[in-house]
Ligand binder design. Structure first.
Ligand code: TMP
Length: 241
């Protein structure tokens, strides 16, 4: 399948039309941003890792019965996906307190929850992706009640599958962000699953004050070793297969 014209350029990916109106090609860049684009940089090789890793994760989830946008990987940076209409919600699942949750509620990073939590942000860069609840999402017509119900169930199913998957790799899945899309009347998992969108901590380090991050927090927090962390996660995933 070939790219026809560029439809969109985001912070980390470009999206191209194809001859097939049902499919688009996503092209992963090495560009990294944080804090709603305030911090900018490059993570060399990130595009290749995120493309391949996201596809491996989506394929794993499909096997578990979760519908995704994945069609086929073309090469290192390019993948054919279903042309979905993105539901403008960032769906965040957390197993352990970190990041904005710790800041907002005054809970130490590394505090484990007795059950996973879910939260929604309204995907809107001008507003800085504000936190919203289900009723706000309904009031804003972002999704129907049925769609929100489906999204919640799918997000928790993704968490169960991913937590088990990463446990085997000696990695604790702390939290992650998902996006969903509509394709021919069905809600499917879209966007990406990568170190850009998940927090991965070296197993057993989350209950100490010095957890070891193998994700984009190394970029967000200037911890160094960003490229190495992306490479390490990808190595463990591919070696496990
Ligand atoms: P947070 O603690 O900053 O709210 O982030 C929660 C998770 O969501 C974390 O794994 C990183 C991911 N995330 C994104 O993928 N995109 C974003 O824009 C933000 C703010 C977080």
């Amino acid at each position: 399948m070939e790219k026809t014209k560029q439809l969109y350029e985001g912070k980390a990916k470009k999206v191209y039309a194809t001859e097939n109106p049902d499919y688009v090609i996503v092209s992963y860049k090495d560009d990294a941003t944080a804090f709603n684009g305030l911090k900018k940089g490059t993570i060399i090789g990130k595009g290749v890792i995120n493309n391949k890793m996201s596809n491996l994760m989506m394929a794993m989830l499909e096997k578990k019965g979760i519908p995704t946008h994945l069609v086929e990987q073309i090469d290192d940076r390019n993948t054919v996906v279903k042309k979905v209409e993105i539901v403008p919600l960032e769906v965040i699942i957390r197993n352990v307190a970190a990041g904005s949750f710790s800041k907002r509620y005054g809970v130490a990073e590394g505090t484990k929850f007795s059950a996973p939590t879910i939260e929604f942000s309204y995907k809107n860069d001008d507003l800085g992706d504000p936190l919203i609840n289900d009723y706000h999402a309904l009031a804003l017509n972002l999704a129907t009640a049925e769609e929100i119900d489906t999204i919640k169930k799918m997000a928790f199913a993704v968490n169960a599958a991913m937590k088990a998957f990463f446990k085997e790799l000696n990695i604790d899945l702390i939290d992650f962000k998902l996006e969903f899309g509509r394709f021919k009347g069905q809600i499917v998992l879209a966007d990406e699953i990568s170190p850009d969108t998940c927090r991965f901590w070296e197993a057993g380090t989350w209950d100490t004050t010095k957890h070891v991050s193998l994700d984009k927090d190394r970029f967000r927090r200037d911890l160094g070793g960003v490229e190495d962390a992306y490479a390490e996660i990808f190595k463990r995933i591919t070696e496990s297969k």
